[in-house]
Design a protein around this ligand. Structure first.
Ligand SMILES: Nc1ncnc2c1ncn2[C@@H]1O[C@H](COP(=O)(O)OP(=O)(O)OP(=O)(O)O)[C@@H](O)[C@H]1O
Ligand SMILES: [Mg+2]
Length: 164
């Protein structure tokens, strides 16, 4: 029986598909103004999870790591935006300040890969997912909520997973 702390949730994914499904369940809960931070090493599954998030959120746009641009924008038929930022290539948090995260959060939801690199400039309230390589197809994830609305979101997510 997991300890029912409303602020954290731990899980082991056993395949890329499972990580996408978990991401999709998070994606259905994402509202404009929400911030979802992903951290973890190369190949830990961040982009794989974002693919699920975007799908669950409701876009048909293909998801890939932003490379030449730092931010990808995905759209939904109702006009809403999901921003996907990869902080890997940013030199530091200062450079990230130029990206105007606040403006993105005013006009849509924001998912950030390598969020730990720009932690100092991120809003305190957010959902944070730490991904960890365990074995070939196994990834550990720890989800932490900060702020009342994110705790509620994590609670809903947990219910969906456990079906409780
Ligand atoms: N359980 C799993 N969850 C997610 N990815 C998995 C899993 N098992 C195997 N993989 C594989 O691990 C790789 C994860 O790559 P992905 O691009 O998602 O990682 P990333 O964290 O975004 O890396 P990067 O820091 O380079 O952007 C993919 O090739 C994926 O198929
Ligand atoms: Mg990636």
């Amino acid at each position: 029986m997991p300890i029912l702390d409303p602020r954290t949730f731990e899980f082991i994914s056993r395949s890329p598909e499972q990580t996408r499904r978990l991401g999709a369940r998070l994606g259905t809960l994402l509202q404009p103004g929400h911030l979802l931070c992903l951290s973890g090493d190369l190949g830990s599954g961040k982009t794989t999870m974002v693919q699920g998030v975007a799908q669950g959120w409701g876009t048909l746009d293909p998801v890939s790591s932003p490379t030449f641009v730092l931010v990808n924008t995905y759209r939904r038929p109702d006009g809403q935006c999901l921003y996907h930022l990869d902080a890997y290539r940013l030199r530091d948090a200062l450079e990230a300040e130029d990206l105007d995260l606040i403006q993105m959060l005013e006009t849509g939801a924001l998912v950030i890969e390598w969020a730990e690199r720009i932690k100092t400039i991120l809003p305190q309230e957010r959902l944070w997912v730490d991904l960890r390589w365990l074995a070939d197809e196994q990834r550990g994830m720890a989800i932490t909520a900060r702020g009342a609305q994110y705790e509620a979101m994590l609670g809903e997510f947990r219910q969906k997973i456990f079906g409780g």
